[in-house]
Design a protein around this ligand. Structure first.
Ligand code: GTP
Length: 530
């Protein structure tokens, strides 16, 4: 992520300050501030903003140095962490209190402006999908007649996202295209009409004039400037030029998934006093997050951001599938189809590294385990599911134990091994046990739709969903290794499952019998309801 290095350095400085008991309080704060300031400046954050941040932190932590020195270690820790956190939030926050909220049953025209290649067209579609998922009737208008292929790009994106679009291959006047498109969608009672304009450079006066004309013609309720987070110090200059001509009301920061320094973009936001409303975190349609200063700083400092994760989860999950799965969990069931749906939702959430930053501690975990390896595992599981019949998918998995030839067939069909099928069944069984525990504990919090805070049970060895701790990948890997080394273990487990008559056996019994510490630890966690 952009600024990941900055986050790490600030975090290290704060961690050092709160764990340093040898040096006196004032010296510790001063050296922490020095490190934070250097890190911010090296990441292109404007010097004026950095000085303000420094003065504010200093005033909070040192103006009452005598009193602060009397605080307990735990209190000092909290004070330092909170002060740095609040000041970083101030850095990316702006005083505008009520960002634009589109109204239902009205035509809200939104116009996009920005430099060439900043990610306008991509962000137009991302925003269209965002509002469409929230029940708005959304249309896209391509008023970029400057770049050859711009209309085709928007058209392709729109078709993929199932969003109606308007544009012209023959009309060279963008003002005319914008006018016609907006009129058409207004007549058809579209509630959000997004107008994509051509990218331009600040030097190109005529193109700036054209942008002003489009704006005067379509009269947008909101103009959004798209800003590439990696353009560094130039961001401030460019944003000011756009602000003078287009007077945008909000900003979308794109390419936040890159590794370039992003401090320039943050400075640009502060200099135009305009709120960032979304950030782009990849090329995919769902790589789009609502921006909130607190979430942003939490991720920057590796604290995690459950709010964004749940929002992302809701935006990609099929509400009907999620509802069915939740109903099953409430009843203490977890079928293979539930397993398939949950995994597909996680895969739709984008690269694991994007999600990882939202889960406390996960960002670091992903450094230990390869993203490719995990993604590959998930894909293999999808092949397995795709080779199952409807009856098998809707079952609790026992059908495979009763008729092992089904496993051979699915393994052949999915290009995997019977061992892979057995492992997947074991993971599904673990989740079924968790569903049982959830039922015994009185069901999931929240009613219908998505859980309010409990979340779905997690897939062992995969990133967990908020509220449900996961079996660590490490533990799962150890268990798999043990099973591979001792094929007898798996068949014993399977026969135990088979011999269990009515219900599936308890996971603790199965794993406990394996006489292995890693298995027993895993079993213990399951029996405690995970
Ligand atoms: N990694 C990453 N790439 C992005 C993001 N947003 C857009 N892109 C990519 O950036 C490139 C330019 O994006 P466009 O949407 O075509 O940019 P544009 O501003 O419409 O370009 P013009 O029409 O030439 O002005 C494309 O390859 C996009 O896939 C993002 O958040 N992350």
């Amino acid at each position: 992520m952009v600024l990941a290095d900055l986050g790490k350095r600030i975090n290290n400085a704060v961690t050092y300050a709160i764990s340093n008991e040898q040096t006196d309080y004032e010296t510790t704060v001063q050296s922490m501030l020095k490190e934070i300031v250097t890190a911010l400046l090296e990441n292109d954050v404007n010097i004026k903003l950095v000085s303000r941040l420094r003065a504010n932190i200093k005033s909070t932590l040192l103006s009452n140095a005598d009193d602060n020195a009397k605080l307990t270690n735990a209190q000092t820790k909290k004070l330092i962490q909170k002060t740095v956190f609040d000041e970083l939030c101030n850095l990316v926050d702006c005083e505008v209190t009520s960002p634009f909220q589109p109204k239902k049953r009205q035509s809200n025209v939104i116009m996009f402006v920005g430099l060439q290649g900043s990610g306008k067209t991509t962000s137009c579609t991302k925003l269209a999908v965002y509002y469409s998922k929230r029940g708005f009737k959304v249309g896209l208008v391509c008023a970029d007649t400057f770049r050859a292929g711009a209309f085709d790009q928007l058209k392709q994106n729109a078709i993929k996202a199932k969003i109606p679009f308007y544009g012209s291959y023959t009309e060279p006047n963008p003002v005319k295209v914008a006018k016609e498109g907006v009129e058409k969608f207004k007549k058809e009672k579209f509630e959000i009409i997004i107008v994509d304009t051509s990218g331009r450079h600040q030097q190109e006066d005529s193109l700036f004039q054209e942008m002003v004309e489009i704006s005067q013609t379509v009269k947008p309720k909101q103009t959004i400037m798209v800003l590439d987070a990696s353009i560094g110090q130039a961001a401030e200059h460019q944003s000011k030029a756009f602000k003078e001509s287009a007077d945008f009301g909000s900003i979308i920061l794109t390419k936040m998934d890159g590794h370039a320094r992003g401090g320039g973009a943050i400075s640009a936001v502060a200099s135009t006093n305009t709120p960032i409303i979304f950030i782009g975190t990849g090329e995919h349609i769902h790589d789009f997050e609502k921006f909130s200063p607190k979430s942003f700083v939490s991720k920057l400092l590796g604290i995690g951001d459950i709010e964004s994760l749940m929002e992302r989860f809701q935006s990609v999950s099929d509400q009907d599938d999620a509802k069915n799965t939740l109903e099953n969990i409430q009843q203490g069931k977890f079928t293979l189809l539930d397993f398939k749906n949950q995994m597909q939702t996680i895969m739709k959430m984008g690269p694991l590294s994007n999600i990882a930053n939202m889960i406390p501690g996960m960002g670091n975990m992903l450094n230990q385990f390869s993203e490719d390896e995990t993604s590959k595992k998930m894909k293999t599981m999808v092949y397995i599911f795709d080779s199952m019949t409807k009856k098998e998918l809707e079952s609790d998995g026992r059908i495979f134990i009763d008729e092992p030839s089904r496993m051979v067939r699915v393994a052949k069909g999915s290009g995997t091994t019977v061992f892979d099928i057995e492992m997947m069944l074991m993971q599904q069984q673990m989740m079924a046990n968790m569903a049982q525990t959830t039922k015994q504990m009185g069901g999931l919090p929240g009613k219908g739709g998505m859980p309010s805070k409990g979340g779905m049970p997690s897939i062992p060895g995969m990133p967990s969903i908020p509220g449900m701790p996961n079996v660590s990948s490490e533990m799962m890997q150890q268990a798999q290794q043990k099973m591979r080394q001792n094929p007898g273990m798996m068949s014993k487990m399977m026969s135990m499952m088979k011999g269990s008559g009515g219900g599936m056996p308890n996971m603790q019994d199965i794993m406990g019998m394996m006489q292995d510490p890693s298995m027993q630890e895993m079993a213990k966690q399951f029996s405690q309801g995970m």
